[in-house]
Design a protein around this ligand. Sequence first.
Ligand code: 173
Length: 321
Amino acid sequence: MKIKTLLSAAILATATFNSAALAQEVTLRGVSAFNLGTTFSREFNAFVEWINENGKGVVQIQLVGGPEAVPPFELGNAVQSGVVDIANNTSAFYPNLVPTGDAIHLAENTIQEQRANGCYDVIDRVHQEQMNVKYLGHAGDGMGFHLYLTKPITGPDLTGLTIRTTPVYQAMFSALGANLVRTAPGEVYSALERGAIDGYGWPSQGVLDLGWDEQTKYRVDPSFYNVDVNLLVNLDVWNSLTDAQRAKLEEGAAWMETLNANNAEINIAEYAKQADAGIETITLDGADAEKWLTTARDAGWAAVEAVDPPLAQELRACLTK
Ligand code: 173
């Protein structure tokens, strides 16, 4: 129902788009995979504000909404087909379209380093070829993922636990023995409340956004991987823009990417908020931490290599140190 409404609105928007292009100002319709006002829409929101402030007369973005506008696992298809012009999305939500997208969160370098060493061009090319989108920008660097639990563990063994996952944690948690259930973020709270899951994978930030702290007893440290939340522009729309419009969007994306440097500090504040909310930390150390992180890395890359060995090798060479 909502998709249908959005679709007719998109057809309408295409009409505005064409006449606006003549007027030299174009308005793109943006949707986020994450609730507006929550952590993983933060940089996207800042980007939209930056564009609307600095792109007057050139390019503007109209924020349509979050998961209530387009379900998170359908947003990839929506920006691929042009129902949405620009999406804020994580690769874990569109594995059907870019099956090697998991490599992005295995990165050990920053988007600035990836732009400098050519890795950005590889990731952009894969997105254009496989998904019909321009990989415009990247948020999430400096933020890792954790396992959050309702019952304690004593080591890197998840046997007997049912854990909510996305493709991000799939290879690692299953290698450590967990039973996995894949859900969108919007279903985590009720799954915890019903006792359907014993925990979930999630980044260092955002646990309190949707009240999950009420149902969470433990966070397992250390964190692993590097969060990826990407700006994706429908490729037909991208190609129809003027050079000035594309340059403005690229300038805004580069500005947004400088915000990634704030994550180290925000992580510390988030861990403090989690502790205040009663979430205890289980810290794996020594050989346990080693096993945790080695399994994360090795199982993660093995999954990407199983999909496309040459591309996995190319990505690993420019994403890791
Ligand atoms: O756990 C998730 O839903 C997930 O994969 C993710 C990825 C990036 C940011 C936030 C969540």
